[in-house]
Design a binder for this molecule. Structure first.
Ligand SMILES: [Zn+2]
Length: 155
């Protein structure tokens, strides 16, 4: 694909992300660099200072890369804690690193699809954190009724 079509597609993606705002966007910047050695064009779209989306020149035929909070997105998805893994299965979410859109890449996938996935996965992780926290409190304060614990947590 030539550079113009590549950039057009990315610009459309960015425009949609700004318009639809799956997650609130307060800052979005785009940088395009051409690596001299390989002539590879890479465009980085930075959202809210903590999400970097890197498009290679074959996008959308190859997936974009994501750096989230300075780490590869994969490390946000991956968990080895058996408590969390079991809860993910029990709640029927399955393994996040296996259900991500990057495992089943499609040409139609856009920044917005990624932002929607991130929003969902963050919600799932928060839900799991609460469940683990409540379980720990229940164990520690066996005699306190569950309702009081939930009220204390404002749930
Ligand atoms: Zn997995």
């Amino acid at each position: 694909m030539n550079n113009n079509r590549f950039l057009k597609r990315i610009n459309k993606d960015v425009e949609n992300a700004i318009n639809v705002q799956v997650i609130p966007i307060n800052q979005i910047t785009t940088t395009t660099i051409i690596e001299a050695e390989t002539k590879e064009t890479k465009t980085t779209v930075e959202i809210n200072n903590n999400i970097k989306i890197i498009f290679g020149k074959d996008y959308p035929f190859t997936k974009f890369e994501v750096i989230y909070n300075d780490n590869p997105y994969y490390s946000f998805l991956k968990t080895t804690n058996p408590k969390i893994v079991n809860l993910l299965i029990k709640l029927k979410y399955g393994c996040l690193c296996c259900t991500t859109m990057f495992c089943d890449w499609r040409l139609t996938h856009t920044i917005n699809d990624f932002l929607a996935e991130l929003k969902l996965f963050k919600r799932i992780k928060t839900e799991i954190k609460y469940i683990i926290m409540i379980n720990n409190l229940q164990k520690k304060y066996e005699k306190i009724p569950m309702q009081l614990i939930l009220e204390y947590l404002l749930l």
